[in-house]
Design a protein around this ligand. Sequence first.
Ligand code: HEC
Length: 206
Amino acid sequence: MRYILLLIVGISAATFLAGCKAGGDNPGKEYAPNMYHSVAYEPLSQITDKDAGTWVNALDNGRGEYYNSNEYNPFKINLRLPASNTVRRNAHGWLPYRGTNDTTGLRLASKIVSPLEATPALLAQGKSLFEINCKHCHGAKGAGDGKVADKYPGVANLTGDAIKGVTEGHIFHVITYGKGLMGAHGSQVSEEERWKIARYVKELQK
Ligand code: HEC
């Protein structure tokens, strides 16, 4: 008899608790919800429904406990917008390249040393980026004999004497803005990728 009673109590408890489980559209039940719903503004969450959480209200301003929007910001978002003219840095902390698209810009660029360390992994990445972005014109070995060069005369031989001496910074600048007959590639490859390609071009020139 005792076992049957225990079984019944056990099954009812399990069924009761299973009802709390979240799933599908059911958010489940929360124990002590004010522990989950921050009173402070949460930058990446925004609850705009003023009635959300009125059923657990401990506030006397009439708003729901979960309401979490900043009335003073545009769209009531909780994150502040960045100040105007804010410039985004990349993952390395670099500011965008601001060398100018002219001969002075090119001359100054040639003095810039690559910020990336030349590791075998970096060279391998440079190689695959070169094959995606440059090989069709400049050829696999940079000799100016890519498939496009058949139809598009004037593609430079990157291993020729005229270009052999250029620095990585020079190549970086040429990829960014193009030069002469070559178009700009700055919008296709990121700064980091450009430095990797430039490194690989120097390797091809060896
Ligand atoms: C659509 C074809 C084409 C593509 C794609 C291309 N280039 Fe070029 N590139 C040229 C041509 C044409 C020239 C010669 C420009 C001139 O002297 O007028 C050139 C010249 C160059 C030069 C020599 C610049 C100098 O100082 O004279 C470098 C370095 C160079 N390219 C690197 C690259 C790299 C790296 C890539 C890949 C990101 C690339 N190119 C993609 C066509 C291309």
